[in-house]
Design a protein around this ligand. Structure first.
Ligand SMILES: Cc1cc2nc3c(=O)[nH]c(=O)nc-3n(C[C@H](O)[C@H](O)[C@H](O)COP(=O)(O)OP(=O)(O)OC[C@H]3O[C@@H](n4cnc5c(N)ncnc54)[C@H](O)[C@@H]3O)c2cc1C
Length: 478
């Protein structure tokens, strides 16, 4: 029997796991996919929002502002790519100017620091590529950009280093209260826990319905994106938003921590797991983004992707006790990424109120360092290669990722088991050729490490095979 069982290892489950690993508790995370950050956490705008958007007095407002401070702290401690570049919300019309006033006012009430409404000319002075039609902007210096999957991974690795167990490829299918504890049925047997946290993202309503009356429904909303080549990466230096509407925060143009430009998202109803992109969705994103930054060169697009928001038709997260010893971290739409560390903290507090003993561990370890060969000086590279020659073999040419970095990821507390899992950890395959060159070498290294034949290696998840076993009869096969 485990003290706490967490369902889902996106950024919310991982943050809760890391928080609970500070205490003398046994904690298990069940994740149906083969890796962390396989849901919404890997497909979003990657912004740590300042906190002027949520309505004052909501849980979302409090957790957004607290989360953005904590995220900054943890990213620094855990070596997660993070840049506090600030954000602007642009106004093009009189109605937009009123919206800026509302956002400024909300931000002040929410405790966001440094907010300022600046003129269109001042905004263009700071961001020369902005359209001439921009009348004014809300400037938020505390907004930041981050690597969302690496933040999730860093939380999960910290949790594991401090004793948490993560079981991948394990889907929760049922929950039952049994003599003061929870019997959790999965497709790989039954687990028992004193307390359960529901961090199942777009499926948090399905999990909730297993323990309590149906009282909310996730209404998924898909957002599509362009990711542009590094040659477009400095088109803007800050996150450039348009005014938010009831559909979401609108289409943004933003640098990424990896040096690319991200443009999107739209907002459209979808199925929970439908992350396809469409010509219409992308057309909308392109045309809308050009109103803010007309010069974006979309011919430099290297990838399109989509993520699904766990909206539930309300202006707040749904974080509460749903049954005895059972906490919902549900409807975690945007700014869920920003709020994650604060949600983790709050989840522990709620479990404490439910009777969980929270005795701190003296041994809690909060540190993580990753070698990024690309960022080293020539002298540092020489020394490293002399110590370990695998750092002298470049596997991904676009991103200058070495074999040594991939091997280090394979030996990390939460190792990858797919080509995309390697990509999320060391950036191999993230460049202009999108893995065309390094893919086969990554497959080879994974197969060797996992002790399987290369045809067993998947691109991302079960069924996404890269190589075919049967080559008999195919011209050129041996
Ligand atoms: C288009 C878009 C843009 C966004 N932009 C931002 C942004 O810029 N900034 C920001 O702060 N937020 C943003 N967000 C919101 C943010 O991405 C999410 O709030 C956050 O990623 C949610 O994390 P999660 O852990 O709740 O969900 P997920 O990452 O989806 O994780 C849930 C996990 O639960 C697992 N799971 C589900 N059911 C089961 C089961 N039965 N058994 C076992 N495992 C299960 C899933 O496999 C999944 O891994 C955006 C979201 C979208 C869609």
């Amino acid at each position: 029997m485990t003290d706490v069982l967490i369902i889902g290892c996106g950024v919310i489950g991982a943050a809760a796991a890391m928080e609970l690993s500070k205490y003398k508790l046994s904690v298990t995370v069940l994740e149906r996919e083969n890796d962390v950050a396989m849901g919404t956490t890997k497909a979003n705008s990657a912004i740590l929002h300042a906190g002027y958007d949520p309505h004052p007095g909501t849980l979302m407002a409090r957790l957004n502002v607290r989360g953005s401070e904590l995220a900054k702290y943890y990213c620094e401690k855990l070596d997660v790519p993070y840049r506090q570049c600030g954000s602007m919300v642009l106004a093009f019309t009189r109605a937009d100017l009123d919206t800026l006033d509302i956002l400024y006012d909300r931000g002040m009430k929410n405790g966001v620091k440094g907010l300022e409404i600046i003129s269109g000319d001042e905004a263009r002075k700071r961001e020369p590529e902005l359209a001439d039609t921009v009348l004014a902007a809300l400037w938020a210096p505390s907004a930041a950009i981050v690597s969302p999957w690496e933040m999730c991974l860093a939380f999960a690795e910290t949790a594991v280093k401090n004793g948490v167990k993560i079981e991948f490829n394990t889907e929760v299918t049922g929950l039952e209260r049994d003599g003061g504890c929870w019997r959790v049925t999965t497709d790989r047997g039954v687990r028992e826990a004193r307390y359960v946290i529901n961090a199942a993202g777009v499926d948090s309503d399905t999990i909730h319905d297993m323990v309590a009356e149906h009282d909310f429904e996730v209404k998924p909303s898909r957002g599509q994106y362009y990711l542009l080549d590094k040659s477009e990466g400095s088109r803007v230096n800050t996150v450039v938003f348009q005014c938010p509407s009831e559909k979401g925060k609108g289409v943004l143009v933003s640098p990424t921590v990896h040096g690319n430009l991200i443009v999107g998202p739209n907002a459209e109803p979808s199925d929970k797991h439908d992350t396809a992109t469409t010509a219409e969705g992308l057309d909308f994103v392109r045309e809308t983004a050009k109103l803010s930054v007309p010069g974006v060169d979309f011919s430099k697009s290297i990838r399109n992707f989509a993520g699904v928001r766990a909206n539930a038709g309300r202006d707040d997260f749904l974080i509460r006790k749903a049954a005895p010893g059972f906490i919902d971290l549900a409807a975690i739409c945007s700014p869920g990424l920003t709020s994650a560390p604060a949600i983790g903290e709050y989840a522990a507090e709620l479990l404490g109120r439910e009777g969980l003993e929270l005795e701190e561990k003296e041994s809690f370890e909060l540190s993580r360092r990753r070698i990024r060969f690309k960022e080293l000086t020539d002298e540092e590279r020489r020394k490293l290669v002399a110590r370990d020659p695998s750092y002298g073999r470049v596997i991904c040419r676009c991103e200058t990722v070495t074999e040594g970095e991939i091997l280090a990821a394979l030996r990390s507390p939460v190792p990858p088991c797919s080509v995309d899992g390697v990509k999320r950890r060391v950036n191999a395959g993230m460049g202009r050729c999108q893995g065309g060159f390094c893919g086969p070498r990554v497959v080879e290294l994974l197969a060797k490490d996992l002790g399987v034949t290369p045809d067993r290696i998947v691109q991302d998840r079960e069924g996404m095979w890269i190589l075919k076993e049967e080559t008999k009869g195919v011209p050129g096969s041996v």
